[in-house]
Design a protein around this ligand. Structure first.
Ligand SMILES: Cc1cc2nc3c(=O)[nH]c(=O)nc-3n(C[C@H](O)[C@H](O)[C@H](O)COP(=O)(O)OP(=O)(O)OC[C@H]3O[C@@H](n4cnc5c(N)ncnc54)[C@H](O)[C@@H]3O)c2cc1C
Length: 465
């Protein structure tokens, strides 16, 4: 696979290696080239880095010792969770040491009376969801990478996903965090008080900081009551404009709405080809809307009434059984893998203001073909949040013309160049499209204060000092 490849990393300083082994134990400092290579290539296949070593601390105390050692040796660190990030932020593209958090894998306990869960950073999202479910609650964030993505990575990227329209993003679930800052200081605020206006919300700042300020080691999460009755419908829509208008209407007319996802004909056909799934509806449609409603009581009548009031619906398949609902969601979730099967994509995950959303969905193919006629464009996304994933295949990993054209067009209409994946290294060049020079100066000042030597993910989000 063609990738944006970094030069080989320099070997680790032997003094640092010995000191790291003293902290984490020999088996948890990985230096074998074949082994560390798997930590150096990102999920999309677009970003291949190189690292002298992967260190795997087993506790927050070990994380703190490792950060202190790296600071003393002037060694940059890339924190890594499940390595499912999409913007090249979790792989060592400049020869950094990788710190894998996956050994911090304790989920729980759940405080059943408040509906809160504590978890260490390396716990997968799926394990968090399962611990919440076992205790009679649910965790409101869900996304396709759930079996590998870690809760620390979700916090670091402020992950969004399928149910933001109902429960909000990761930041909305985060009540507190424990972290080792780049300075080596350990900050911990895990009491879980719902109302707590005692100064700066450091956990909110760390959320979305992409490993640039410190390493998240544990979190306290808000859970929500279960919504055991679910129904999903796959709507075949006249066109993408009608699908966008319908999604916007459903937010108002369907109080039990828990997900609304946009897909288009080409994406559905690709998913069917790659996965072997039958088409979701007997005839093809230019656009598809996957709608889920859930609640304590059966939301089917409410969903039916809301769908009946929409215009542009050409056909619908309704699912009530969990297995059938999962099968409908599979059409949406399989987009990521199906597109990856064509080669490493450029993943441009953007948010658009409501007023221009439909128009922009119609314009993306033209914006891309104007600079790269050979490229293919794949559109899908969490359209209820204004979030569209513009995926582009058929362009070289280091050819940024398409990224530049799409991100500028999005910023020009008041959209965000990163809805949920973060800035990473992939979008750093364009952060100034959304953030003013004064904001970027404030970001740099925060970075200097919490990470004075600039060892935490120095090439991510901000230009290195
Ligand atoms: C199939 C699929 C579907 C996806 N769907 C969605 C979606 O719907 N919505 C969405 O938002 N994302 C989605 N993603 C992207 C990805 O899953 C999220 O960005 C996720 O939050 C990354 O978690 P991770 O543990 O894999 O982090 P990594 O990829 O390991 O790291 C991501 C970033 O976080 C930093 N980081 C990781 N752990 C820590 C830590 N403990 N402390 C400090 N910094 C840390 C890294 O340095 C890096 O900058 C999807 C991915 C896949 C593969």
């Amino acid at each position: 696979m063609d990738t944006r490849t970094a030069p080989a990393a320099r070997a680790i300083d032997p003094d640092l290696a010995r000191a790291l082994v003293d902290v984490v134990g020999g088996p948890h400092l990985l230096t074998e080239p074949d082994v560390v290579a798997s930590y150096s290539l990102d999920w999309t296949g677009r970003f291949r880095g190189s690292t002298p070593a992967v260190v795997r601390p087993g506790s927050a105390a070990e994380v703190a010792e490792v950060v202190a050692l790296c600071r003393r040796h002037g060694t940059a660190i890339v924190p890594q969770g499940g390595n499912t990030g999409m913007v090249g932020g979790g792989v060592p593209l400049h020869g950094e040491l990788v710190m894998s958090l996956r050994r911090l894998d304790l989920a729980g306990p759940v405080d059943g009376s408040t509906g809160q869960l504590s978890a260490q950073a390396g716990v997968t999202l799926a394990a968090v969801q399962s611990a919440a479910r076992d205790a009679g609650w649910i965790y409101g964030v869900d996304l396709g990478g759930r079996d590998s993505a870690t809760i620390g990575g979700n916090v670091a990227t402020n992950a969004g996903g399928l149910r933001v329209v109902r429960y909000g993003d990761t930041r909305a679930q985060l009540l507190g965090a424990e972290a080792v800052l780049g300075s080596g200081a350990v900050v911990s605020h895990l009491g879980g008080l719902l109302k707590d206006n005692t100064g700066y919300a450091l956990h909110s700042l760390l959320c979305g900081s992409e490993g640039t300020l410190g390493v998240v080691t544990a979190v306290r999460l808000r859970l929500v009551p279960p919504a055991p009755s679910r129904v999903a419908a796959m709507l075949g829509m006249r066109d993408a404009s009608a699908a966008v208008a319908a999604a916007q209407a459903l937010r108002r007319t369907l109080p039990s709405l828990s997900a609304v996802e946009l897909m288009v004909r080409a994406g559905i056909e690709l998913v069917c080809t790659v996965t072997g799934a039958p088409p979701p509806l007997p005839d093809p449609h230019e656009a598809y809307l996957l709608v889920e409603a859930s609640g304590a009581t059966d939301p089917t009548p409410e969903l039916s009434a809301a769908v009946a009031s929409l215009s542009g619906v050409q056909d619908a398949a309704v699912a009530l059984e969990p297995a059938r609902i999962a099968a409908l969601f599979r059409y949406r979730e399989a987009h990521t893998e199906a597109i990856n099967s064509l080669g490493s994509p450029h993943k441009l995950d953007v948010t658009l203001p409501n007023a221009v959303l439909a128009d922009m969905v119609g314009r993306f193919a033209g914006i891309v073909s104007a600079v790269a006629p050979e490229a293919s464009v794949w559109l899908f996304g969490h359209v209820g949040d204004g979030n569209v994933h513009v995926n582009v295949t058929g362009v070289a990993p280091d050819d940024d013309r398409v990224d530049d054209a799409v991100l500028r067009a999005v910023a020009d209409v008041g959209g965000s160049i990163s809805a949920e994946h973060g800035i990473g290294t992939a979008k750093r060049r364009w952060l100034g499209l959304n953030r003013s020079p004064t904001e970027l100066q404030a970001f740099a000042a925060i970075k200097r204060a919490l990470d004075p030597d600039g060892i935490m993910n120095p090439h991510v989000m901000l230009t290195p000092a």
